[in-house]
Write a protein that binds this ligand. Sequence first.
Ligand code: GAP
Length: 493
Amino acid sequence: MTANPQKTRETDPLKSIVAHAKEYGFIFPSSEVYDGLQAVYDYGQNGVELKNNIKRLWWKTMVQMNENVVGLDSAIFMHPTIWKASGHVDSFNDPMIDNKDSKKRYRADELIEARAEEMRESGDENGADELLSKANGLLDREDLDGLRDLIVEQEIKCPTSGTANWTDVRQFNLMFSTHMGSVSDDSDKVYLRPETAQGIFVNYLNVQKSGRKKIPFGIAQIGKAFRNEIVARQFIFRMREFEQMEMQFFVRPGTEMGWYEEWMQKRMGWHKALGISEDSLRFHKHEKLAHYANAASDIEFKFPFGFKEVEGIHSRTDFDLKNHQEFSRKKISYHDPETNQSYTPYVVETSAGLDRLFLMMLCSSFVQEEVKDGDNVKERLYLKFPAFLAPNKAAVFPLVKKDGLPELARKLFDELKMEHQAIYEEQAAIGKRYTRQDLIGTPYCITVDHESLENQTVTIRERDSTNQERIAIDKVLAYISEKVSDQQVLAKV
Ligand code: GAP
């Protein structure tokens, strides 16, 4: 039987995934009892396990498997001058425009991109290219009046009010700020970090010196980042509070392009090793570079709403370290024992969005297929997570709640839970219990039945094939441990 997720995807694939994520304890809208908080989400009992498993695998691949990469956990609050030095105070902006009738706010560049997409769909490729190149020119020159004129000239209307009654275009800084201590004036202003990378840059010397690290070496960290996104939609794809997994790799100036290529390939290999199909992944090279980069590419995944960025690989030059040196007036340089020269290291960054990887796993694992049930055909829905990422590795069921089966099943569960996230369940018919585990992506269900009492064996049902085999109870832990191990993935990356 081949997987046929088309049915759900054709209707409204993202809606089905969002509904499933809520119903089965993966993701809840934040503050739901108070009608929610836009673009903020909570991870439920299964979501947090999946998220932790993605984090753990990233950490193992980046830190444990790379002798020259070490970890860090820096604070969210940092000295406000850091954000001046990094360019975020002055340049971390999106151009926004409001519709006066609907009071809705849009990103001016996204309105124009959507118009170009419409032109392309109606076969006007040249018109679309011309429009985008005009818009890019205006964005590069920060010509906000020109952007507004282009929106008006193109007769772009607000999707809500249907009118073209637009305000001027203004730059909108995406950083959240608050005040530290009890006095609320500008001298106490602090920002919630919009990227974790700056915590790495300002600790570069601490790590290099305390760890006696030699270039090239990297510093990795996982942590929350905050952006006051103007347009926050597509579920957890664009959030205002999200988590990044970033690594800054410090290299000798002039060698950065080689390292940039190497990290691009390594990171793409990692996504493929998670079992994501090749045709759902691609690189997107940036033509318009961020203020700090001399080369940049995204790894994009084919979401139900199109190919979108899940991770960026950026060659950030010495922009950040040089600026921190200038603003802090503290020397940040490296004496290279090989060349006997001192320099400010260049940086190649890999920056993945944890929540986007989570959504990628959810989308690529969401399978709906038709299966034969006697003469009927019925639909089967399950989450085909790779076993090493699945929130729960195994579920243990006594076939019935009597005859000593629960006692034996519990004994097995108690053994399994020492090593793995596992579930014990004795309610409902066995078929229903299997279905419930399919819906949360548990790869193995173990049933203790009457034969178990006679010969100390149990059945193990595999989620994707639904095949069952019988094995000795005392072999179950080793069996599960082997099946859910991440060793094969780690060997590939
Ligand atoms: N330090 C570089 C940096 O922050 P970025 O491309 O702005 O680069 C890196 O962000 C990654 O963070 C993106 O590839 C994406 O996966 C994730 N990300 C960025 N903004 C996000 C948002 N609003 N919600 C969820 N993830 C986001």
